[in-house]
Design a protein around this ligand. Structure first.
Ligand code: SD4
Length: 320
């Protein structure tokens, strides 16, 4: 046999093996028909909006976009969209990403004056050749796509910022001063999974700071053969462990979503050393068969699950 022929045959053999292996995994986790939603924090309205979509046979992608939009418009949520606490200069800057069942992804970072970054992220994914757009360029793209400029700084977030300016003491302790970033994962009645994550980031952050939430692999990761994961907490720490990707890979290796979340949190805690007493990091995960997990470094993290039977708020277990 000529060397080239041998090479191409053996490559095909490997490809065939990989294909067979991925088919096996898909079969193992696939339970077509069982819709499911999981989201960080106590977000009943967002989960209801996603469930409403799924109950009408919408795609998981439509469901997570709808769910995230609810929190982006909710001015009582001071970590997402309109009403989100501003940076040190009093500017609200938003980060979001979205990922679909085909592995497509879109993201916006440091976006100002646009109420629905999750929808802009979706347009980046669907209507641009790129994955991430930042700052003025992201805003320009949003305006070209028909989004309108909105003032995102509400009277109460402005008042909170003015009060903060009195001391300008910057020590973010997530869970105490600022939380509720929404990361949402959903499975639709076709058995496909998608996810979204949207935030205004850390309150009173340095201008230009971007956290984990819009970064594929850190704040969110989806693999339609396995499942998905999403994060909340101190973005700087989550970024360094690429936490959501790690969880999906651990699930691929056979770990239950709960075990996978625990392992990722332990990895972050180990790297954080002494600093972990001052920051929170939490994850939720959803496997393709509907199994879920959630775990955090510190107590105080909760998450919302919805399915055909209804909606439940769960208190996450934690390392401490
Ligand atoms: C960030 N992970 O920007 C976000 C913050 C967060 O609930 O999750 N707040 O680092």
């Amino acid at each position: 046999m000529k060397r080239r022929t041998f090479f191409s045959l053996s490559t095909m053999g490997t490809a065939g093996f990989l294909f067979a292996e991925s088919r096996l995994k898909t079969t193992k986790y696939d339970q077509r028909g069982d819709i499911k939603v999981i989201a960080t924090w106590n977000v009943p309205n967002a989960v209801d909006a996603a469930l409403e979509q799924l109950n009408q046979s919408a795609s998981a992608l439509d469901a997570v976009e709808s769910g995230c939009r609810v929190e982006e418009s909710d001015t009582s949520n001071s970590s997402v969209g309109k009403g989100g606490l501003p940076d040190r200069e009093g500017k609200v800057t938003l980060d979001a990403c979205i990922m679909d069942a085909s592995g497509n992804a879109g993201s916006v970072v440091f976006l100002e004056d646009i109420e629905h970054p999750i929808s802009v992220a979706r347009r980046v994914m669907e209507d641009s050749p790129h994955v991430i757009l930042a700052g003025d360029g992201a805003q320009q793209f949003a305006l070209e796509q028909g989004f309108e400029k909105t003032n995102l700084l509400t009277e109460s977030s402005k008042a909170a910022w003015k009060k903060w300016l009195e001391t300008a003491n910057y020590k973010p302790i997530i869970n105490i001063e600022n939380h509720d970033t929404i990361g949402m994962l959903a499975i639709d009645n076709q058995g496909n999974i998608s996810g979204g994550c949207t935030t205004s980031g850390l309150a009173y952050k340095k201008r230009g700071r971007v956290g984990d939430s819009p970064i594929i692999g850190s704040g969110l990761f989806i693999d339609n053969e396995v499942g998905g994961a999403t994060a909340t907490g101190m973005g700087e720490e989550i970024l360094k462990s690429v936490g959501s990707f790690l969880i999906v890979e651990l699930m691929r290796q056979g770990k239950h979503p709960q075990q996978a979340c625990e392992e990722a949190v332990r990895r972050i805690a180990k790297k954080g050393g002494e600093r972990i007493k001052d920051f929170q990091a939490g994850f939720v995960a959803l496997r393709k068969d509907g199994e879920t997990g959630g775990f955090a470094i510190h107590p105080g993290f909760n998450y919302t699950i919805g399915d055909e039977k209804g909606r439940t708020l769960l208190t996450s277990s934690s390392l401490f």
